[in-house]
Design a protein around this ligand. Structure first.
Ligand SMILES: [Zn+2]
Length: 293
């Protein structure tokens, strides 16, 4: 089956403004009536801004910063062609930014193998067989649905004290929760064209689809050294974002290998601990031998 994601986001050429509606006293971002008839700026976020989710996570949760972002990238709720929809309240923006920032932090810690950071989110109390998660308040709804809904048929057993597997599961749950309702359409194009087109035209969904692609390593990935997301080059085994990170990463792994050797750890165990994830154990052992000579 051939599936393609299509997306179009846009910012109103006249800009937006915070305004209260008749229905709700709470202010929401709406097209600025004083903005005039400037053409709308339309873009495909998956092509033109694949790291939009990262940009979004960096927005300061305050009126001015949110307005500035919306003027460039479009509204959080609603599509650029749907007109006035409401719901773009500061509270909605802040909650979404907070959850995205949190999810990125967890994924970044996973990519870096940073157990200390993961240990602040995944908590194991004595005598329990499942961990407790420390998450932002905006994730409370998701937490409630965990026990009741889609995962109920699955029995997941984490070994007591494990951090990676529960953290990965947390990230997956957030993504599945946040990407629930795009529009899908069957498309009768040429035989070799995609048959199913998934349309994601709402910014609040687009950023989660992008994040999901980065978690899965589909064109995007989180750097194993600095933890930031980056657009991968043609090599699918690229795990580091830049030359700088490659140099630093090698340096730190080499130092760690030498420290472990000084403590009498075997080459095999060192290779398992510091080896590149994309290499075989044999290749990593050969590398470790060079480092400790
Ligand atoms: Zn990096």
């Amino acid at each position: 089956m051939n599936v393609r994601i299509e997306s179009q986001l846009g910012a109103d050429g006249g800009g937006y403004a915070w305004s209260a509606t008749a229905v709700s006293r709470e202010e929401s971002l709406e097209p600025d009536a004083r903005g005039g008839e400037n053409p709308r700026q339309v873009y495909d976020p998956f092509v033109d801004a694949p790291l939009l989710f990262w940009e979004f996570s960096q927005v300061k949760p305050a009126k001015e910063a949110v307005l500035d972002f919306a003027n460039h990238r479009g509204l959080l709720v609603g599509t650029h062609y749907s007109g006035r929809v409401g719901g773009n309240t500061l509270a909605a923006w802040c909650a979404e930014i907070e959850v995205m920032r949190f999810a990125i932090e967890v994924q970044s810690a996973l990519a870096r193998g940073d157990d200390e950071a993961l240990g602040k989110t995944v908590i194991w109390d004595d005598g329990t067989d499942r961990p407790r998660y420390v998450t932002p308040a905006a994730l409370e709804n998701l937490k409630r649905s965990w026990t009741g809904q889609q995962r109920a048929h699955e029995i997941t057993l984490f070994s007591h004290g494990a951090l990676t597997a529960p953290a990965e599961r947390l990230v997956q749950d957030i993504i599945e929760w946040k990407t629930q309702s795009p529009k899908a359409q069957f498309f009768f194009g040429a035989a070799d064209e995609p048959e199913i087109i998934v349309r994601v035209d709402e910014l609040r969904q687009v950023v989660w689809f992008q994040f999901a692609l980065a978690v899965r390593g589909r064109g995007l990935r989180f750097c194993a050294h600095c933890g930031r997301p980056f657009v991968m080059n043609v090599r699918s085994d690229q795990t580091l974002c830049s030359k700088n990170c490659t140099v630093l990463d090698t340096y730190h792994r080499k130092k760690k290998a030498q420290r472990m050797r000084a403590d009498g750890v075997s080459v095999r165990e060192i290779a398992k601990a510091v080896g590149a994830k994309t290499r075989s154990l044999k290749e990593n052992m050969a590398q470790v031998k060079k480092w400790i000579d």
